[in-house]
Design a protein around this ligand. Sequence first.
Ligand code: HEC
Ligand code: HEC
Length: 224
Amino acid sequence: MRIDRWRGHAIAAAALLMAATLPAAAQDAATIAAQGNGKGAAPCQTCHTPDGGGQASGGFPRLAGENAAYLQAQLDAFASGTRDNPVMKLQASALTEAERKALAIYFSRMPAVATPDAAGTTPFADPEHLGETLATRGRWSKQVPACVQCHGPGGVGVGADFPPLAGQSANYLAAQLKAFRSGSRHNDPMGLMRNISHSLSDRDIDAVAHWFAAQPFPPKESRP
Ligand code: HEC
Ligand code: HEC
């Protein structure tokens, strides 16, 4: 009897200790990322890779080290349809709000990495430095500000509002610019990216996407 009571306390204490070191939400997020949630959401890492770095060829973005509030806003946008993507709509709609939040935090805490071969396996020919010019100076004749004014120097990202573009695959970045331009992605605050993308040609988009994909991420200064 006394031993049973002691064991009961010991188990309760062990459970408390585990809860203190590994919050339930974090456990759930790691499980969903690796195995799915058993309710229609597939394992995130199948496409976004176990280290969260993404895959350039499939257009699967890096999630590792991105801002948690930004990631959560994107999952909500896929679910509500303000960001129209059939693959991610399926995933996001199968997650509860709490799961979306937990996954956003989980991926944001992974060490930041660049997507492997982000700029593609064959060099992109840009002899006139169109990509770099758009990124760092913009095109004022068409009211296109320099991308780095919002996305930070080298496209490293600024806070929750301006996602990093550096080291994100050219495939993915170009797809997003085209999605803003066509309006299938219309979750950007004040239509900022829709306005800018309307003034960009396909060639502009490919050039600027390749330039940002080739920028170092995480930026050199922030490496330990
Ligand atoms: C079958 C492949 C696949 C699976 C599985 C998948 N994703 Fe995605 N994910 C994509 C694709 C493709 C995109 C880009 C969509 C677009 O072009 O708008 C994306 C985009 C995202 C984005 C937006 C990132 C950004 O920078 O804006 C987030 C966040 C995300 N996925 C989270 C998740 C989470 C969390 C899971 C697991 C529950 C998951 N994904 C499972 C393919 C997948
Ligand atoms: C006035 C500020 C501003 C400027 C200038 C700007 N952006 Fe953005 N951009 C944003 C915001 C805000 C978002 C996030 C939208 C959201 O919340 O979904 C964004 C998102 C993006 C995304 C999607 C990233 C992802 O992870 O899905 C791409 C790609 C992008 N911008 C490229 C560019 C390029 C290229 C330029 C320059 C030609 C540029 N941006 C200039 C504000 C700006």
